[in-house]
Design a protein around this ligand. Structure first.
Ligand code: ADP
Ligand code: MG
Length: 150
């Protein structure tokens, strides 16, 4: 089962991410996919906002993993520039930690991802709109999607 929403502008994408953030729990892992400029970082900023994080969240391209303190900690990862997809940067510690993990370009470390995960693919749509497709893997994320899309 997949779930979809079309957002007309970045504000609508942010609003949906804030809505989702209200239902996140410690140890949740979200995989974000989509072309450059699709809105993966914009979506992550919305999650951060919803978690009460006031520090500016930007793309962690050169650091790969950034950690922010909020209602729950946020672990923001962008693995686009990882040279070796098998390199273990301690991802498991984050995925099983007390915070929420968000991984941009997650398929690049496919072998290191947990089996239960929420995949979100952001597609460019007409004008500034985007199509966000949610594919939950595992009961936790199926329940989460039912909740946020009802
Ligand atoms: P990515 O991290 O996927 O490379 P970014 O989030 O950095 O992409 O950039 C997305 C850009 O697209 C931002 O400048 C944002 O303002 C713009 N944008 C325009 N419309 C939308 C929309 N509907 N949803 C998300 N971002 C949008
Ligand atoms: Mg980005």
């Amino acid at each position: 089962m997949t779930y979809e929403i079309i957002t007309k502008n970045v504000e609508e994408t942010t609003a949906f991410a804030v809505h989702l953030s209200g239902h996140l729990m410690p140890g949740d892992v979200i995989a974000l996919e989509g072309d450059l400029g699709a809105g993966k970082t914009a979506f992550t900023k919305g999650i951060a906002k919803g978690l009460g994080i006031t520090r500016n969240v930007n793309s962690p391209t050169f650091t790969i993993i950034k950690e922010y303190k909020g209602r729950l900690p946020l672990y923001h990862m962008d693995v686009y520039r990882m040279e070796d997809e098998e390199e273990d940067l301690g991802f498991d510690e984050y995925f099983m930690g007390e915070g929420v993990s968000i991984v941009e370009w997650a398929h690049l470390i496919e072998n290191q991802l947990p089996v239960e995960i929420l995949h979100i693919h952001i597609y460019h749509h007409e004008n500034n709109s985007r199509r966000l497709v949610f594919s939950p893997a595992g009961k936790r994320y199926e329940d989460l999607c039912k909740e946020i899309f009802k």
